[in-house]
Design a protein around this ligand. Structure first.
Ligand code: GLY
Length: 563
């Protein structure tokens, strides 16, 4: 993607009607975190489904073959692009909600201490799942095919089984002790109470049954009937607080995405309860007002890090579920606000986070998954889905195959503390019944008259910085493979450090940044698992790429039904 620097918002909005007018690509592109899910999406597109049916298939299948990343027991966000109809962009918020009996001190013991174990492991850690409702909503409101057709590949995958990968073992390794404590999780996902070997087959017949119940009865197949009853029975027997009223009340919410102009493009991204779109607006619009710096240079990296520091600080202090707390979204996403952030950046010195003022504390987490796809008509979906930590709450409901999320840890259980990802958070993100925990999941699109980019990634608090870096690659006209593979760095205000992927900075860059006052530390070998698709409208070419760090796959095909 190419273009000049900052472009006035009003001009881009005038252009937005023409941005989306283009002939249909006539091909389909899919990138997901697992080859079985990529194939499921293609299969549904080949059967005459649109991008939204394919999204149902991909999401449901990822929940089967990546039990560590997402699933029916979790939630997520779907950013939809509708070709040729209004609204052109829709954001489906399928974030989990706090149960009705939850309260701000849910995880505190008699001494007022937050008990991390119950906040992370077992049924009390689980919020009310949103993914089942989202699959039904997508199929009924946006799809062309019956839900049962789009769920069929996931049912087949659950029955046939999938092969354990190194990634499964890596993520399972983080959660092994918790998984060993729950007999049903251990039975399904461990072997002799240890991690299964690479290549071992994991079958989930109970999950296939739950998916079949949804195929037959829609949302009632999950939130009521035998599946719903079983979920409630076990959660309540094991110390959880879910009730039928929580299931009945659960709704996906259609929201306006965050939208802003950048160069000759429009950026369309996640609104609250994700912090992603607001943070992107601050960094991208802010950097556009700073003196141009070469990509990868010391000045460029310093600018980005300083802006990340500021938007993550805002996140800690100001962001939460806007249906429950006042958040000045219009101000935070405005070019003027971004300019004020940029003006506070000292080009010659890192601003210590403490100088920006300490927040009172907050929370959020990951594992998570992402997929991106475009259909032959130009409809597109970017979806980021989560059960929070790998294997969620490490608790599976017997007879259903449903692994519970531990998304409650994305609230500020302790407004003075940090969550599992070291993120600080505050009162605005405190637990309340029915509230949605603040998220970093950032499904994003960039569109101009000539191009459409669709991207996103898992990665907890680092999701936003990864999407930011991918977006900058896209805007610089780099190929889609580069968006997903470029080395990564991150700053989240606290801890006051630049966290880098091993090898992301050479010695010169590292030393120059430290000389400005930054502290640089390694965040390990690989992080993230970005999935991206690209439509070049000029020559009607599609492209797709899956992050080489993961086990996913990406591909472009001519749509069978179009021939
Ligand atoms: N649980 C990951 C996120 O919502 O960002």
């Amino acid at each position: 993607m190419t273009g000049s620097r900052f472009f006035p918002a009003f001009l881009a909005l005038l252009l937005s009607a023409s941005l989306h007018a283009a002939p249909a690509p006539g091909q389909q592109a899919v990138a997901t975190a697992h080859p079985v899910a990529t194939e499921a999406a293609h299969q549904i597109l080949d059967a005459g489904g649109n991008a939204f049916d394919a999204a149902v298939a991909a999401a449901a299948t990822l929940g089967v073959v990546e039990p560590y990343g997402s699933g029916l027991g979790g939630g997520g966000f779907f950013l939809l692009r509708q070709a040729g109809i209004q609204p052109d962009y829709v954001f489906i918020d399928a974030r989990e909600t706090a149960p009705g009996r939850a309260h701000r001190d849910l995880y505190r013991d008699a001494d007022g201490q937050v008990q991390r174990d119950i906040a992370l492991n077992g049924p009390l850690a689980a919020a009310i799942p949103g993914l089942p409702a989202a699959l039904v909503h997508l199929a009924e409101r946006y799809g062309r095919l019956p839900l049962a057709t789009s769920l069929a590949p996931a049912i087949e995958a659950a029955e046939a089984g999938f092969e354990v990968t190194e990634r499964y073992r890596l993520l399972g390794g983080f959660r092994l002790a918790a998984m060993q404590r729950d007999p049903e999780t251990a039975r399904l996902f461990l072997r002799e109470n240890g991690l299964p070997e690479v290549g071992e087959l994991i079958r989930q017949p109970e999950l296939a049954q739950t998916l079949r119940a949804m195929a037959a009865a829609g949302r009632q197949g999950f939130y009521a009937g035998p599946v719903g009853q079983r979920l409630l029975e076990v959660v309540q027997a094991e110390g959880g607080i879910w009730e039928q009223a929580d299931f009945d009340a659960y709704k996906v919410i259609e929201r306006q995405p965050v939208r802003f102009a950048l160069q000759s493009h429009e950026v369309i991204s996640a609104p609250l309860p994700s912090a992603g779109g607001i943070a992107l607006a601050g960094v991208l619009q802010g950097q556009a007002t700073l003196p141009p710096a070469e990509r990868g240079s010391v000045a460029w990296t310093h600018q980005l890090v300083e802006l990340m520091r500021r938007v993550y600080r805002d996140r800690a202090v100001m962001l939460g579920d806007a249906d429950f707390v006042e958040v000045p979204v219009a101000r935070l996403t405005s070019p003027e606000y971004a300019r004020s952030l940029a003006e506070s950046v000292d080009p010659d010195r890192a601003t210590p986070s403490a100088e920006l003022g300490l927040p009172t504390g907050f929370s959020e987490g990951d594992n998570t998954t992402h997929f991106s796809l475009i259909d032959a008509d130009g409809n597109a979906v970017a979806a980021t889905l989560s059960i929070n930590l790998p294997f969620g709450a490490a608790f599976t409901i017997p007879g259903t195959g449903v692994i519970l999320n531990n998304e409650m840890d994305d609230f500020a259980a302790d407004p003075d503390g940090r969550n599992e990802y070291g993120l600080a958070g505050g009162e605005v993100n405190a637990i309340a019944p029915g509230k949605r925990p603040l998220s970093s999941m950032t499904p994003t699109m960039l569109e101009s008259a000539e191009e459409l980019a669709v991207l996103g990634t898992p990665g907890g608090s680092r999701i936003i910085s990864m999407v930011l870096l991918g977006t900058l690659e896209a805007l610089a006209g780099e190929p889609v493979e580069k968006w997903v593979s470029r080395p990564r760095f991150h700053h989240q205000y606290l801890p006051d450090r630049i966290q880098i992927e091993e090898g992301a900075f050479d010695a010169q860059l590292h030393d120059a940044l430290e000389a400005l006052g930054h502290r640089v530390e390694s965040a390990g070998r690989d992080y993230g698992d970005m999935q991206a698709v690209y439509w070049n409208k000029r020559d009607n070419r599609l492209d797709a790429a899956s992050d080489p760090r993961g086990v996913g796959s990406a591909g472009v095909r001519r749509q069978l039904m179009a021939d």
